[in-house]
Design a protein around this ligand. Structure first.
Ligand code: VG1
Ligand code: CO
Length: 543
Protein backbone atom coordinates (compact mmCIF):
# COMPACT_ATOMS: atom_id res chain seq x y z
CA UNK A 1 0.00 0.00 0.00
CA UNK A 2 0.95 3.59 -0.39
CA UNK A 3 1.19 6.29 2.27
CA UNK A 4 -0.17 9.72 1.58
CA UNK A 5 -0.05 12.94 3.55
CA UNK A 6 -3.39 14.36 4.54
CA UNK A 7 -3.61 17.99 5.51
CA UNK A 8 -5.61 18.81 8.61
CA UNK A 9 -6.15 21.62 11.08
CA UNK A 10 -6.24 21.73 14.89
CA UNK A 11 -9.45 20.73 16.68
CA UNK A 12 -10.29 22.32 20.04
CA UNK A 13 -10.54 20.47 23.31
CA UNK A 14 -8.19 17.52 22.75
CA UNK A 15 -6.64 17.81 26.22
CA UNK A 16 -6.10 14.41 27.88
CA UNK A 17 -7.68 14.36 31.36
CA UNK A 18 -6.94 12.21 34.44
CA UNK A 19 -6.84 9.16 32.21
CA UNK A 20 -6.82 9.97 28.50
CA UNK A 21 -9.14 11.84 26.15
CA UNK A 22 -12.85 11.13 26.66
CA UNK A 23 -15.63 12.56 24.54
CA UNK A 24 -18.98 11.57 23.15
CA UNK A 25 -18.77 9.11 20.22
CA UNK A 26 -20.20 11.74 17.87
CA UNK A 27 -17.26 14.04 18.72
CA UNK A 28 -14.76 11.25 17.95
CA UNK A 29 -16.53 10.57 14.65
CA UNK A 30 -15.78 14.10 13.32
CA UNK A 31 -13.41 14.03 10.36
CA UNK A 32 -9.73 13.93 11.45
CA UNK A 33 -10.60 13.93 15.19
CA UNK A 34 -9.00 10.58 16.06
CA UNK A 35 -6.25 10.99 13.45
CA UNK A 36 -5.21 14.35 14.84
CA UNK A 37 -4.98 13.01 18.38
CA UNK A 38 -3.07 9.86 17.42
CA UNK A 39 -0.65 11.82 15.23
CA UNK A 40 -0.18 14.42 17.99
CA UNK A 41 0.73 11.55 20.31
CA UNK A 42 3.31 10.19 17.85
CA UNK A 43 4.67 13.71 17.49
CA UNK A 44 5.06 13.95 21.29
CA UNK A 45 7.40 10.92 21.28
CA UNK A 46 11.00 10.70 20.08
CA UNK A 47 11.32 9.44 16.46
CA UNK A 48 13.09 6.22 17.52
CA UNK A 49 10.07 5.34 19.63
CA UNK A 50 7.82 5.61 16.63
CA UNK A 51 9.75 4.37 13.59
CA UNK A 52 9.81 0.58 13.25
CA UNK A 53 8.38 0.25 16.73
CA UNK A 54 5.90 -2.25 18.12
CA UNK A 55 2.62 -0.80 19.16
CA UNK A 56 -0.11 -2.48 21.17
CA UNK A 57 -3.72 -1.46 20.65
CA UNK A 58 -6.40 -2.67 22.99
CA UNK A 59 -9.50 -1.47 24.75
CA UNK A 60 -12.60 -2.18 26.76
CA UNK A 61 -14.56 -3.27 23.70
CA UNK A 62 -16.96 -0.33 23.76
CA UNK A 63 -18.81 0.97 20.69
CA UNK A 64 -16.47 2.53 18.01
CA UNK A 65 -13.46 0.44 19.17
CA UNK A 66 -13.37 -1.63 16.01
CA UNK A 67 -13.36 1.45 13.77
CA UNK A 68 -10.70 3.18 15.87
CA UNK A 69 -8.33 0.17 15.84
CA UNK A 70 -8.22 0.08 12.08
CA UNK A 71 -7.04 3.69 11.82
CA UNK A 72 -4.18 3.50 14.28
CA UNK A 73 -0.41 2.46 14.34
CA UNK A 74 4.96 3.15 18.24
CA UNK A 75 6.72 1.51 21.39
CA UNK A 76 3.82 1.86 23.69
CA UNK A 77 0.14 1.28 23.44
CA UNK A 78 -3.12 2.94 22.68
CA UNK A 79 -6.00 1.94 24.89
CA UNK A 80 -9.43 2.59 23.50
CA UNK A 81 -11.50 3.19 26.58
CA UNK A 82 -13.56 5.69 28.47
CA UNK A 83 -13.32 3.29 31.43
CA UNK A 84 -16.34 3.64 33.73
CA UNK A 85 -18.19 6.10 31.46
CA UNK A 86 -21.24 4.68 29.62
CA UNK A 87 -20.76 3.47 26.02
CA UNK A 88 -22.77 3.27 22.80
CA UNK A 89 -23.51 5.52 19.81
CA UNK A 90 -24.78 8.40 21.98
CA UNK A 91 -22.39 7.87 24.90
CA UNK A 92 -18.60 8.14 25.43
CA UNK A 93 -15.51 6.93 23.61
CA UNK A 94 -11.94 7.48 24.79
CA UNK A 95 -8.31 6.95 23.92
CA UNK A 96 -5.17 7.03 26.05
CA UNK A 97 -1.51 6.39 25.37
CA UNK A 98 0.52 4.17 27.70
CA UNK A 99 4.32 4.19 27.71
CA UNK A 100 6.85 1.39 27.36
CA UNK A 101 6.53 0.63 31.13
CA UNK A 102 2.87 -0.15 30.49
CA UNK A 103 1.64 2.81 32.53
CA UNK A 104 -0.32 5.88 31.49
CA UNK A 105 1.73 8.62 29.85
CA UNK A 106 3.03 11.12 32.45
CA UNK A 107 1.94 14.75 32.43
CA UNK A 108 5.11 15.80 30.55
CA UNK A 109 3.88 13.71 27.59
CA UNK A 110 0.15 14.43 27.84
CA UNK A 111 0.94 18.17 27.95
CA UNK A 112 3.03 17.78 24.78
CA UNK A 113 0.24 15.85 23.09
CA UNK A 114 -2.18 18.65 23.87
CA UNK A 115 0.21 21.31 22.55
CA UNK A 116 0.59 19.28 19.33
CA UNK A 117 -3.18 19.02 18.85
CA UNK A 118 -3.25 22.83 18.79
CA UNK A 119 -0.77 23.14 15.92
CA UNK A 120 -1.21 19.96 13.85
CA UNK A 121 -1.15 20.49 10.10
CA UNK A 122 -0.91 17.02 8.58
CA UNK A 123 -0.73 13.32 9.20
CA UNK A 124 0.40 10.38 7.05
CA UNK A 125 -2.10 7.64 6.41
CA UNK A 126 -1.98 4.28 4.63
CA UNK A 127 -4.15 4.06 1.54
CA UNK A 128 -6.24 0.98 0.77
CA UNK A 129 -5.05 -0.88 3.86
CA UNK A 130 -7.12 -4.05 4.08
CA UNK A 131 -9.30 -4.21 7.18
CA UNK A 132 -7.83 -6.52 9.85
CA UNK A 133 -10.38 -8.84 11.44
CA UNK A 134 -9.70 -8.15 15.13
CA UNK A 135 -12.10 -10.89 16.17
CA UNK A 136 -9.77 -13.65 14.85
CA UNK A 137 -6.42 -14.55 16.42
CA UNK A 138 -3.57 -14.59 13.90
CA UNK A 139 -0.88 -12.63 12.07
CA UNK A 140 -1.43 -10.56 8.92
CA UNK A 141 1.59 -9.28 6.98
CA UNK A 142 1.68 -6.05 5.01
CA UNK A 143 4.09 -4.45 2.59
CA UNK A 144 4.49 -0.73 3.27
CA UNK A 145 6.72 1.91 1.65
CA UNK A 146 9.47 1.10 4.20
CA UNK A 147 9.16 -2.68 4.03
CA UNK A 148 7.19 -5.48 5.57
CA UNK A 149 5.37 -5.34 8.87
CA UNK A 150 2.98 -7.58 10.77
CA UNK A 151 -0.25 -7.02 12.57
CA UNK A 152 -0.89 -9.72 15.15
CA UNK A 153 -4.21 -10.21 16.86
CA UNK A 154 -3.60 -11.99 20.18
CA UNK A 155 -5.59 -12.95 23.27
CA UNK A 156 -4.33 -10.86 26.16
CA UNK A 157 -6.18 -13.13 28.60
CA UNK A 158 -3.55 -15.88 28.02
CA UNK A 159 -0.70 -13.68 29.24
CA UNK A 160 -2.82 -12.31 32.04
CA UNK A 161 -3.73 -15.74 33.42
CA UNK A 162 -0.03 -16.71 33.42
CA UNK A 163 0.87 -13.52 35.28
CA UNK A 164 -1.84 -14.02 37.92
CA UNK A 165 -0.69 -17.61 38.48
CA UNK A 166 2.82 -16.33 39.17
CA UNK A 167 1.48 -13.89 41.81
CA UNK A 168 -1.20 -15.81 43.70
CA UNK A 169 -1.57 -19.33 45.12
CA UNK A 170 -4.38 -20.55 42.85
CA UNK A 171 -4.61 -23.87 44.72
CA UNK A 172 -5.60 -22.21 48.01
CA UNK A 173 -8.13 -19.96 46.27
CA UNK A 174 -9.60 -22.98 44.49
CA UNK A 175 -10.03 -24.70 47.85
CA UNK A 176 -11.83 -21.66 49.27
CA UNK A 177 -14.16 -21.40 46.29
CA UNK A 178 -15.05 -25.10 46.43
CA UNK A 179 -15.86 -25.03 50.15
CA UNK A 180 -19.58 -25.32 50.99
CA UNK A 181 -19.00 -22.61 53.60
CA UNK A 182 -18.01 -20.08 50.97
CA UNK A 183 -19.98 -18.53 48.12
CA UNK A 184 -18.90 -16.10 45.42
CA UNK A 185 -20.35 -13.68 42.91
CA UNK A 186 -18.70 -11.45 40.27
CA UNK A 187 -20.29 -8.70 38.19
CA UNK A 188 -18.35 -7.49 35.12
CA UNK A 189 -21.07 -4.92 34.28
CA UNK A 190 -20.83 -6.09 30.65
CA UNK A 191 -17.31 -4.69 30.43
CA UNK A 192 -14.16 -6.42 29.28
CA UNK A 193 -13.63 -8.07 32.72
CA UNK A 194 -16.24 -10.63 31.71
CA UNK A 195 -13.82 -12.36 29.34
CA UNK A 196 -11.16 -12.61 32.06
CA UNK A 197 -13.64 -13.59 34.78
CA UNK A 198 -14.75 -16.65 32.90
CA UNK A 199 -11.18 -17.80 32.24
CA UNK A 200 -9.95 -17.19 35.79
CA UNK A 201 -12.83 -17.70 38.19
CA UNK A 202 -14.64 -20.48 36.35
CA UNK A 203 -12.03 -22.32 34.29
CA UNK A 204 -9.00 -21.94 36.57
CA UNK A 205 -10.55 -21.63 40.02
CA UNK A 206 -13.67 -23.76 39.65
CA UNK A 207 -16.34 -21.16 40.46
CA UNK A 208 -19.88 -21.90 39.24
CA UNK A 209 -20.98 -20.31 35.94
CA UNK A 210 -23.96 -18.98 37.86
CA UNK A 211 -21.65 -16.89 40.05
CA UNK A 212 -20.90 -14.64 37.06
CA UNK A 213 -23.23 -11.68 36.54
CA UNK A 214 -23.19 -9.52 33.38
CA UNK A 215 -20.03 -11.23 32.17
CA UNK A 216 -20.84 -11.08 28.46
CA UNK A 217 -18.95 -8.00 27.18
CA UNK A 218 -21.18 -5.58 25.24
CA UNK A 219 -20.39 -2.49 23.15
CA UNK A 220 -22.85 -0.43 25.16
CA UNK A 221 -22.39 -2.26 28.48
CA UNK A 222 -26.01 -3.36 28.21
CA UNK A 223 -27.12 0.27 28.42
CA UNK A 224 -25.69 0.55 31.94
CA UNK A 225 -23.12 2.81 33.56
CA UNK A 226 -20.17 0.42 33.99
CA UNK A 227 -18.96 1.93 37.26
CA UNK A 228 -18.65 -0.50 40.18
CA UNK A 229 -20.18 1.36 43.10
CA UNK A 230 -23.26 1.02 45.28
CA UNK A 231 -25.33 3.18 42.93
CA UNK A 232 -24.53 1.68 39.54
CA UNK A 233 -23.80 -1.99 40.34
CA UNK A 234 -27.46 -2.47 41.26
CA UNK A 235 -27.75 -6.17 40.50
CA UNK A 236 -24.72 -7.15 42.53
CA UNK A 237 -25.76 -4.88 45.38
CA UNK A 238 -29.16 -6.57 45.50
CA UNK A 239 -27.66 -10.02 45.34
CA UNK A 240 -25.29 -9.21 48.20
CA UNK A 241 -28.20 -8.23 50.40
CA UNK A 242 -27.36 -4.53 50.35
CA UNK A 243 -30.40 -3.46 48.34
CA UNK A 244 -33.35 -1.55 49.74
CA UNK A 245 -35.52 -4.66 49.98
CA UNK A 246 -34.55 -8.14 51.08
CA UNK A 247 -34.56 -10.64 48.18
CA UNK A 248 -35.28 -13.50 50.54
CA UNK A 249 -32.30 -15.43 49.19
CA UNK A 250 -29.21 -15.83 51.38
CA UNK A 251 -26.51 -13.59 49.84
CA UNK A 252 -23.09 -14.96 48.90
CA UNK A 253 -20.14 -14.52 51.29
CA UNK A 254 -18.17 -12.50 48.74
CA UNK A 255 -19.08 -10.28 45.83
CA UNK A 256 -17.10 -8.04 43.53
CA UNK A 257 -17.63 -5.87 40.46
CA UNK A 258 -15.48 -4.26 37.77
CA UNK A 259 -15.78 -1.22 35.51
CA UNK A 260 -15.84 -1.12 31.70
CA UNK A 261 -12.08 -1.56 31.24
CA UNK A 262 -11.70 -3.87 34.27
CA UNK A 263 -9.20 -1.74 36.17
CA UNK A 264 -11.62 -0.82 38.98
CA UNK A 265 -13.06 -3.12 41.63
CA UNK A 266 -15.73 -3.01 44.29
CA UNK A 267 -15.42 -5.55 47.12
CA UNK A 268 -18.49 -6.62 49.08
CA UNK A 269 -19.12 -9.11 51.84
CA UNK A 270 -22.50 -10.53 52.77
CA UNK A 271 -24.61 -7.40 53.45
CA UNK A 272 -21.35 -5.51 53.82
CA UNK A 273 -19.56 -2.84 51.79
CA UNK A 274 -15.77 -2.47 51.91
CA UNK A 275 -14.69 1.10 51.14
CA UNK A 276 -11.92 1.18 48.54
CA UNK A 277 -9.74 3.17 50.97
CA UNK A 278 -10.11 0.39 53.56
CA UNK A 279 -9.59 -2.27 50.89
CA UNK A 280 -6.09 -1.12 49.92
CA UNK A 281 -5.14 -0.74 53.60
CA UNK A 282 -6.35 -4.27 54.39
CA UNK A 283 -4.56 -5.74 51.37
CA UNK A 284 -1.33 -3.97 52.44
CA UNK A 285 -1.71 -5.19 56.05
CA UNK A 286 -2.24 -8.83 55.00
CA UNK A 287 -0.30 -9.17 51.75
CA UNK A 288 2.89 -10.69 53.07
CA UNK A 289 1.46 -13.91 54.57
CA UNK A 290 -1.36 -14.33 52.09
CA UNK A 291 0.10 -13.56 48.65
CA UNK A 292 3.23 -15.41 47.44
CA UNK A 293 4.32 -12.47 45.21
CA UNK A 294 4.81 -10.39 48.38
CA UNK A 295 6.47 -13.10 50.51
CA UNK A 296 9.67 -11.10 50.82
CA UNK A 297 7.84 -7.99 52.00
CA UNK A 298 6.43 -4.77 50.55
CA UNK A 299 8.75 -2.16 49.04
CA UNK A 300 6.37 0.59 50.03
CA UNK A 301 2.76 1.67 49.66
CA UNK A 302 1.03 4.66 48.09
CA UNK A 303 -2.40 6.25 47.83
CA UNK A 304 -3.90 9.17 45.98
CA UNK A 305 -4.45 12.33 48.03
CA UNK A 306 -8.24 12.13 48.40
CA UNK A 307 -8.06 8.44 49.44
CA UNK A 308 -8.55 8.00 53.20
CA UNK A 309 -5.55 7.74 55.52
CA UNK A 310 -6.33 4.10 56.45
CA UNK A 311 -3.27 3.08 54.43
CA UNK A 312 -1.08 5.63 56.26
CA UNK A 313 -1.84 3.97 59.61
CA UNK A 314 -0.89 0.53 58.24
CA UNK A 315 2.31 1.92 56.68
CA UNK A 316 3.29 3.53 59.96
CA UNK A 317 2.60 0.45 62.04
CA UNK A 318 4.43 -1.88 59.62
CA UNK A 319 7.22 0.63 59.07
CA UNK A 320 6.68 0.81 55.31
CA UNK A 321 7.68 3.58 52.92
CA UNK A 322 4.59 5.66 52.20
CA UNK A 323 3.65 8.09 49.41
CA UNK A 324 0.70 10.40 48.81
CA UNK A 325 0.26 11.29 45.13
CA UNK A 326 -2.30 13.26 43.08
CA UNK A 327 -5.36 11.54 41.67
CA UNK A 328 -4.74 9.26 38.67
CA UNK A 329 -2.67 6.17 38.21
CA UNK A 330 0.07 7.89 36.18
CA UNK A 331 1.60 9.14 39.44
CA UNK A 332 2.21 5.64 40.88
CA UNK A 333 4.23 4.42 37.87
CA UNK A 334 7.46 6.28 38.64
CA UNK A 335 7.45 5.00 42.25
CA UNK A 336 6.99 1.44 41.06
CA UNK A 337 9.59 1.68 38.31
CA UNK A 338 12.04 2.95 40.96
CA UNK A 339 11.26 -0.04 43.23
CA UNK A 340 9.73 2.18 45.93
CA UNK A 341 6.18 0.92 45.99
CA UNK A 342 4.44 -2.47 45.86
CA UNK A 343 0.77 -1.79 46.62
CA UNK A 344 -1.28 1.29 45.88
CA UNK A 345 -4.85 2.43 45.69
CA UNK A 346 -7.39 5.15 45.17
CA UNK A 347 -10.73 5.83 46.85
CA UNK A 348 -12.34 5.59 43.41
CA UNK A 349 -12.37 1.78 43.46
CA UNK A 350 -8.84 1.42 42.06
CA UNK A 351 -6.36 -0.98 43.67
CA UNK A 352 -3.19 -2.51 42.28
CA UNK A 353 0.42 -3.54 42.67
CA UNK A 354 3.74 -3.29 40.87
CA UNK A 355 2.95 -6.37 38.72
CA UNK A 356 1.71 -3.83 36.15
CA UNK A 357 1.43 -0.05 35.91
CA UNK A 358 -2.36 0.36 36.07
CA UNK A 359 -4.91 -0.45 38.69
CA UNK A 360 -6.19 -3.98 38.21
CA UNK A 361 -9.73 -5.00 39.08
CA UNK A 362 -9.26 -8.77 38.79
CA UNK A 363 -5.99 -8.63 40.76
CA UNK A 364 -7.84 -6.92 43.62
CA UNK A 365 -10.43 -9.69 43.73
CA UNK A 366 -7.70 -12.35 43.72
CA UNK A 367 -5.92 -10.45 46.52
CA UNK A 368 -9.09 -10.50 48.65
CA UNK A 369 -9.75 -14.17 47.88
CA UNK A 370 -6.13 -14.91 48.88
CA UNK A 371 -6.58 -13.11 52.20
CA UNK A 372 -9.84 -14.96 52.83
CA UNK A 373 -8.19 -18.29 51.94
CA UNK A 374 -5.29 -17.51 54.27
CA UNK A 375 -7.52 -16.50 57.21
CA UNK A 376 -9.63 -19.62 56.69
CA UNK A 377 -6.82 -22.15 56.43
CA UNK A 378 -8.02 -23.80 59.64
CA UNK A 379 -11.75 -23.26 59.24
CA UNK A 380 -12.60 -24.69 55.81
CA UNK A 381 -12.35 -28.36 56.76
CA UNK A 382 -13.67 -28.52 60.33
CA UNK A 383 -16.80 -27.22 62.03
CA UNK A 384 -15.35 -23.81 62.76
CA UNK A 385 -17.15 -20.73 61.48
CA UNK A 386 -15.87 -19.05 58.32
CA UNK A 387 -13.87 -15.84 58.80
CA UNK A 388 -15.92 -13.44 56.65
CA UNK A 389 -15.13 -10.24 54.76
CA UNK A 390 -16.94 -8.31 57.49
CA UNK A 391 -14.90 -10.06 60.24
CA UNK A 392 -11.67 -9.07 58.48
CA UNK A 393 -12.71 -5.44 58.10
CA UNK A 394 -14.02 -5.08 61.67
CA UNK A 395 -10.84 -6.62 63.06
CA UNK A 396 -8.80 -4.19 60.95
CA UNK A 397 -10.72 -1.25 62.41
CA UNK A 398 -10.23 -2.58 65.93
CA UNK A 399 -6.47 -2.78 65.32
CA UNK A 400 -5.79 0.37 63.30
CA UNK A 401 -8.82 2.56 63.97
CA UNK A 402 -11.46 3.40 61.38
CA UNK A 403 -11.53 6.11 58.74
CA UNK A 404 -15.16 6.95 58.15
CA UNK A 405 -15.27 8.02 54.53
CA UNK A 406 -17.65 9.15 51.83
CA UNK A 407 -17.51 10.89 48.46
CA UNK A 408 -20.21 13.15 47.00
CA UNK A 409 -20.19 13.64 43.22
CA UNK A 410 -22.06 16.50 41.56
CA UNK A 411 -22.02 15.41 37.92
CA UNK A 412 -22.49 17.59 34.88
CA UNK A 413 -22.78 20.95 36.65
CA UNK A 414 -22.21 24.20 34.81
CA UNK A 415 -18.45 24.44 34.24
CA UNK A 416 -18.35 28.17 35.06
CA UNK A 417 -20.21 27.71 38.34
CA UNK A 418 -17.96 24.79 39.32
CA UNK A 419 -14.94 26.99 38.75
CA UNK A 420 -16.46 29.75 40.86
CA UNK A 421 -17.09 27.32 43.72
CA UNK A 422 -13.47 26.20 43.63
CA UNK A 423 -12.24 29.80 43.56
CA UNK A 424 -14.46 30.60 46.52
CA UNK A 425 -12.92 27.70 48.49
CA UNK A 426 -9.37 28.79 47.66
CA UNK A 427 -10.15 32.35 48.72
CA UNK A 428 -11.53 31.13 52.07
CA UNK A 429 -8.22 29.39 52.75
CA UNK A 430 -6.42 32.68 53.24
CA UNK A 431 -7.86 33.08 56.77
CA UNK A 432 -8.05 29.98 58.96
CA UNK A 433 -9.50 31.90 61.95
CA UNK A 434 -12.29 33.11 59.68
CA UNK A 435 -12.91 29.54 58.48
CA UNK A 436 -13.06 28.31 62.07
CA UNK A 437 -15.58 30.99 62.99
CA UNK A 438 -17.78 29.70 60.16
CA UNK A 439 -17.22 26.08 61.11
CA UNK A 440 -18.20 26.70 64.73
CA UNK A 441 -21.25 28.61 63.56
CA UNK A 442 -22.40 25.58 61.57
CA UNK A 443 -21.58 22.84 64.08
CA UNK A 444 -20.04 23.26 67.50
CA UNK A 445 -19.23 19.53 67.75
CA UNK A 446 -16.40 19.35 65.22
CA UNK A 447 -12.69 19.96 65.64
CA UNK A 448 -10.95 23.10 64.44
CA UNK A 449 -9.46 23.40 60.98
CA UNK A 450 -5.70 23.37 61.49
CA UNK A 451 -4.62 24.11 57.93
CA UNK A 452 -5.95 24.45 54.42
CA UNK A 453 -4.20 24.42 51.06
CA UNK A 454 -4.19 23.25 47.46
CA UNK A 455 -2.40 19.93 47.16
CA UNK A 456 0.89 20.09 45.28
CA UNK A 457 3.07 17.07 44.52
CA UNK A 458 6.76 16.78 43.85
CA UNK A 459 7.57 13.44 42.26
CA UNK A 460 10.42 11.98 44.36
CA UNK A 461 11.83 10.17 41.33
CA UNK A 462 11.99 12.78 38.58
CA UNK A 463 11.38 15.94 40.64
CA UNK A 464 8.45 17.06 38.47
CA UNK A 465 5.88 19.23 40.21
CA UNK A 466 2.10 18.98 39.82
CA UNK A 467 0.09 21.90 41.20
CA UNK A 468 -3.59 22.51 41.95
CA UNK A 469 -4.37 18.85 42.66
CA UNK A 470 -7.28 19.45 45.00
CA UNK A 471 -8.40 21.85 47.71
CA UNK A 472 -7.87 20.53 51.26
CA UNK A 473 -9.24 21.51 54.64
CA UNK A 474 -7.42 19.58 57.37
CA UNK A 475 -8.88 19.37 60.88
CA UNK A 476 -7.04 19.01 64.21
CA UNK A 477 -8.46 15.52 64.83
CA UNK A 478 -7.25 14.19 61.45
CA UNK A 479 -10.56 14.76 59.66
CA UNK A 480 -10.35 16.09 56.10
CA UNK A 481 -12.50 17.75 53.48
CA UNK A 482 -11.20 17.67 49.92
CA UNK A 483 -12.70 19.30 46.83
CA UNK A 484 -11.64 18.50 43.25
CA UNK A 485 -12.90 18.86 39.73
CA UNK A 486 -13.03 15.59 37.83
CA UNK A 487 -10.75 15.09 34.83
CA UNK A 488 -12.59 12.18 33.25
CA UNK A 489 -15.99 13.58 32.32
CA UNK A 490 -17.03 14.39 28.78
CA UNK A 491 -19.67 17.06 29.45
CA UNK A 492 -19.88 20.03 31.87
CA UNK A 493 -17.96 19.73 35.12
CA UNK A 494 -18.11 17.18 37.92
CA UNK A 495 -17.35 18.38 41.46
CA UNK A 496 -16.03 15.72 43.82
CA UNK A 497 -16.27 16.27 47.55
CA UNK A 498 -14.34 13.82 49.75
CA UNK A 499 -15.15 13.60 53.47
CA UNK A 500 -13.12 11.70 56.03
CA UNK A 501 -13.03 11.29 59.80
CA UNK A 502 -10.67 9.15 61.84
CA UNK A 503 -11.82 7.23 64.92
CA UNK A 504 -9.15 5.51 66.97
CA UNK A 505 -11.36 4.42 69.84
CA UNK A 506 -12.23 0.74 69.10
CA UNK A 507 -15.56 1.09 70.91
CA UNK A 508 -16.66 3.75 68.38
CA UNK A 509 -15.61 2.14 65.08
CA UNK A 510 -18.95 0.36 64.51
CA UNK A 511 -21.16 3.38 63.78
CA UNK A 512 -23.18 3.94 60.61
CA UNK A 513 -20.87 5.82 58.24
CA UNK A 514 -23.38 8.49 57.16
CA UNK A 515 -24.33 9.21 60.73
CA UNK A 516 -20.70 9.51 61.84
CA UNK A 517 -19.95 11.85 58.94
CA UNK A 518 -23.05 14.02 59.02
CA UNK A 519 -21.47 16.94 60.94
CA UNK A 520 -18.61 17.14 58.44
CA UNK A 521 -20.98 16.85 55.48
CA UNK A 522 -22.95 19.76 56.87
CA UNK A 523 -19.80 21.83 57.12
CA UNK A 524 -18.56 20.91 53.66
CA UNK A 525 -21.83 21.85 51.97
CA UNK A 526 -22.18 25.16 53.80
CA UNK A 527 -18.53 26.19 53.58
CA UNK A 528 -18.51 25.56 49.83
CA UNK A 529 -21.99 27.06 49.27
CA UNK A 530 -22.63 23.98 47.17
CA UNK A 531 -26.31 24.56 46.57
CA UNK A 532 -25.85 28.25 45.90
CA UNK A 533 -23.22 27.67 43.20
CA UNK A 534 -24.56 24.50 41.59
CA UNK A 535 -28.30 24.70 42.18
CA UNK A 536 -28.14 21.13 43.42
CA UNK A 537 -29.65 20.17 46.75
CA UNK A 538 -28.15 16.68 46.55
CA UNK A 539 -25.23 14.94 44.85
CA UNK A 540 -25.71 12.76 41.76
CA UNK A 541 -23.83 9.85 43.29
CA UNK A 542 -22.66 9.08 46.81
CA UNK A 543 -19.96 6.45 47.24
C1 VG1 B 1 -11.40 9.40 38.28
C2 VG1 B 1 -10.99 8.96 39.67
C3 VG1 B 1 -9.48 8.66 39.71
C4 VG1 B 1 -9.16 7.59 38.64
C5 VG1 B 1 -9.65 8.08 37.28
C6 VG1 B 1 -9.46 7.03 36.20
O1 VG1 B 1 -10.72 10.59 37.94
O2 VG1 B 1 -11.31 9.95 40.63
O3 VG1 B 1 -9.13 8.23 41.02
O4 VG1 B 1 -7.76 7.35 38.58
O5 VG1 B 1 -11.04 8.38 37.35
O6 VG1 B 1 -10.12 5.83 36.51
P1 VG1 B 1 -11.41 12.04 38.05
O7 VG1 B 1 -10.40 13.01 37.52
O8 VG1 B 1 -12.66 11.96 37.28
O9 VG1 B 1 -11.71 12.24 39.52
V1 VG1 B 1 -10.69 4.90 35.22
O10 VG1 B 1 -11.30 3.52 35.86
O11 VG1 B 1 -11.59 5.97 34.45
O12 VG1 B 1 -9.31 4.58 34.24
CO1 CO C 1 -11.40 2.01 34.45
Amino acid sequence: FKVSLVSTSPIDGQKPGTSGLRKKVKVFKQPNYLHNFVQSTFNALTPEKVKGATLVVSGDGRYYSNDAVQGSKATGGFILTASHNPGGPTEDFGIKYNMENGGPAPESITDKIYENTKTIKEYPIAEDLPIVDISAIGVSSFEGPEGKFDVEVFDSADDYVKLMKSIFDFESIRKLLSSPKFSFCYDAMHGVAGAYAHRIFVEELGAQESSLLNCVPKEDFGGGHPDPNLTYAKELVARMGLGKSDTGVEPPEFGAAADGDADRNMILGKRFFVTPSDSVAIIAANAVGAIPYFSTGLKGVARSMPTSAALDVVAKSLNLKFFEVPTGWKFFGNLMDAGMCSVCGEESFGTGSDHIREKDGIWAVLAWLSILAHKNKETLDGDAKLVTVEDIVRKHWATYGRHYYTRYDYENVDAGKAKELMEHLVKLQSSIPEVNKMVKGIRSDVANVSSADEFEYKDPVDGSISKHQGIRYLFEDGSRLVFRLSGTGSEGATIRLYIEQYEKDASKTGRESHEALSPLVDIALKLSKMEEFTGRSAPTVIT
